[in-house]
Design a protein around this ligand. Structure first.
Ligand code: SF4
Ligand code: SF4
Length: 398
């Protein structure tokens, strides 16, 4: 049983309620959507004790309490003031135990993991479709600096990804790209508890990257970023990944700091920023995007009420988008309310999954507003893109 490793932490829960809060629907998107006490970290620790003591069985009903968590880390942040319980590690271990016990997880999770394994990406795209975003771009094979867009940025946001690469290239980064050989990073395996497949995947990928001479990976996807930087070393028993990995937020901030591009076109809009959980709370990367936005002429930056460590999830975390889509959409709509309250005209973020979920949230909230990647604003201000992409009635071809 994987949760044995966390026995002390599980019994350390003093049921203080910090993770759930008095304002219980303000913090945890799971209880916000799933209402029951068992849909909180506090409840999950009680379930874990029940499983450790043999008083609970591994059932499909119970599995929903574990797989319905967005893995957003908000409770882990709160629990730092109490028992410092690692909510993410324990929830992942519990997911693994449920899969090991043969409990059926929602079909969407199986489909996502199997699709990634069989076709190389979570959308079952052909390589030609999956690399369509790169049309017209040139890369330098063997440069050692690999641009790794990940499944979502390849499939769902072709224009955004194309713009991001043009910003990086205009700033002088000589990017390599795997083209037809790029496959999923493997995140669908560990979020659905399939650790054995995840390990094999990581071994194979590391070999492929080494053979290509990759020295550094730049990715816009926080899940891919963490996959290479955190999950692979853990799966492979390495102290650290032998290749440097950076999220684009850090690279784009470097462009601003080192003045690699000139930003002369004024944006002239009130703008807010959504912190993606996997680079924010998971990695403490809060400031780069804010520094960039504040450096662009004409940007009037305004914070949402829930920001940085206290940011509310976009609804896309923990594979909940795939496993329980209604919960995901409800959370996205709630996050859009935070945006509406600021009076901002544009919401920005720096994660393809957040961009997708928040865009779905604008549909659910019935408002016309674009959710943009920070790189798109940089592209406009640097004169690389037409300002029309900022307008709410602009629809990219993808
Ligand atoms: S904050 Fe931590 S210690 Fe307090 S109830 Fe939640 S899980 Fe338990
Ligand atoms: S990780 Fe997020 S969704 Fe899961 S229990 Fe904690 S606060 Fe709730």
């Amino acid at each position: 049983m994987r949760i044995e490793e966390y026995r002390d932490m599980i019994y350390a829960c003093g049921r203080c309620n910090f993770c759930r809060g008095i304002d219980f629907d303000e913090r945890c998107p799971q209880i916000f959507t799933q209402v029951w006490e068992s849909a909180t970290l506090r409840g999950r620790m009680a379930i874990a004790r029940g499983l450790l003591e043999g008083n609970l069985e591994y059932t499909e009903e119970l599995a929903e309490r574990i797989f319905g968590c967005f893995l957003c880390g908000r409770c882990r942040e709160e629990c730092k003031k109490a028992a410092n319980i690692d909510a993410i590690a324990i929830t992942k271990a519990m997911r693994g135990d449920f899969v090991d016990q043969g409990v059926k997880i929602p079909e969407g999770g199986e489909v996502m993991a199997n699709t990634a394994l069989e076709s190389g990406n979570i959308f079952a795209d052909s390589p030609e479709v999956h690399t369509g975003w790169a049309k017209g771009l040139e890369f330098r094979e063997g440069s050692g600096l690999l641009f790794f867009p990940g499944c979502l940025a390849s499939h769902r946001f072709k224009e955004k990804t194309n713009i991001l690469v043009r910003v990086l290239q205009a700033a002088g980064y000589e990017l390599d790209f795997l083209g037809d050989e790029q496959t999923c990073c493997g995140t669908p395996y560990w979020v659905t508890g399939k650790d054995q497949k995840a390990k094999q995947w990581a071994e194979g990928y590391l070999e492929k990257l080494k053979a290509r001479g990759v020295k550094e990976i730049i990715t816009p996807c926080p899940s891919c970023f963490r996959a290479f930087d955190e999950e692979y070393p853990e799966l492979l028993g390495l102290e650290e990944f032998p290749i440097r990995v950076r999220h684009t937020s850090e690279v784009l901030a470097e462009i601003v700091e080192k003045k690699k591009l000139k930003f002369t076109v004024p944006i002239n809009k009130k703008i807010t920023y959504h912190d993606p959980c996997e680079i924010g709370r998971y990695r403490g990367i809060y400031e780069p995007a804010r520094k960039i936005l504040n450096a662009l002429p004409g940007v009037q930056f305004v914070e949402m009420s829930r920001n940085r460590e206290e940011a509310f999830c976009c609804g896309g975390g923990g594979a909940v988008k795939t496993l329980y889509e209604d919960y995901s959409n409800t959370v996205a709509k709630e996050r859009i309310q935070d945006f509406i309250e600021t009076g901002a005209e544009l919401m920005t973020t720096i994660c393809p999954a957040c961009e997708m979920n928040l865009t779905h949230g604008t549909y659910a909230a019935d408002i016309e507003a674009r959710v943009l990647d920070v790189a798109e604003l940089m592209a406009v201000s640097a004169g690389i893109e037409d300002p029309e992409i900022l307008e709410s009635d602009y629809f990219p071809e993808d």
